[in-house]
Ligand binder design. Structure first.
Ligand code: 8X3
Length: 255
């Protein structure tokens, strides 16, 4: 297994859910962190909590990944640090809206495309040349079961996650021979802020999990950690993770 101690990881969308869980689990392995997100207060709290609990360094970068200029300018200032990155976890993203195609909001589409696809591309484009130079690196993309199966009222979200799968495959092809691993993690129902953002309504979001046991952010972070810890010659390319109560995007058992 790979010892991650002393490595440097950047996690996008680290203020909550899977990103935050990854931050704590990686810190527990002795990984130094660069955490990004839009909510400054939360980033600072997480930094303090991690630095108090673990012996690792945490740098926080507050910016909106959907804003191209803001993102590229800020990352430019941190080129030095980014050139030493061992692990990139492209976690930021989400679903906005849950309406049929003709009733969904164009603004929601744009947010999903800007963050889930374009944001991931901006940051990965900046980091990959350094990983190539260093002849090492591991990129973990947060895809989804929505990147494999399309369901009603989710066309554009599903499209963005299909894009994440395609980008992961493209990266693997173009980086072959450079000792850079690319993993696409594809979870089903995970209980985070995800559903609340999607439905824009707390009650509707909670109803989704009624009578079933969803995955937790920690379940996914553990799978990511396991992928990272594989020996260098092993690349976990894709991982589909459903709760036991979910057989497919169309089948959920509720008691
Ligand atoms: C989140 C999982 O099943 O809501 O990407 O699409 S699902």
């Amino acid at each position: 297994m790979t010892d991650l101690k002393g490595q440097l990881a950047l996690i996008t969308g680290a203020t909550s859910g899977i990103g935050k869980a990854c931050a704590f689990q990686l810190a527990g392995e002795g990984v130094n962190l660069i955490l990004t997100g839009r909510r400054e207060g939360r980033l600072d709290e997480i930094k303090k909590e991690i630095e108090d609990k673990f012996k690792v360094g945490v740098c926080v970068l507050c910016f909106d990944l959907s804003k191209k200029e803001e993102t590229l300018n800020l990352l430019e200032d941190y080129r030095d640090r980014l050139s030493k990155l061992d692990i990139l976890i492209n976690n930021a993203g989400g679903a906005h809206g849950a309406d049929p195609f003709d009733k969904s909001s164009i603004e929601d589409w744009e947010i999903m495309i800007d963050i889930n696809i374009k944001g991931l591309l901006y940051i990965t484009r900046l980091v990959v040349p350094y990983m190539k130079e260093n002849k090492s690196g591991h990129i973990v993309n947060l895809g989804s079961v929505a990147g494999r199966w399309v369901y009603p009222n989710g066309s554009v979200y599903c499209a963005t996650k299909h894009a994440v799968k395609a980008i992961s495959e493209g990266l693997r092809a173009d980086l072959l021979g450079q000792n850079i691993r690319v993993t696409n993690i594809e979870p089903g129902m995970v209980k985070t802020e995800f559903a609340e953002v999607r439905f824009k309504d707390k009650e509707q979001a909670n109803a989704i999990y009624k009578g079933m046991t969803p995955l937790t952010a920690n379940d996914i972070a553990e799978s990511i950690l396991w992928s990272l810890k594989q020996p260098g010659h092993v690349n976990i390319q894709e991982m589909v993770i459903f709760p036991t109560d979910q057989a497919s995007v169309f089948q959920v058992h509720r008691s």
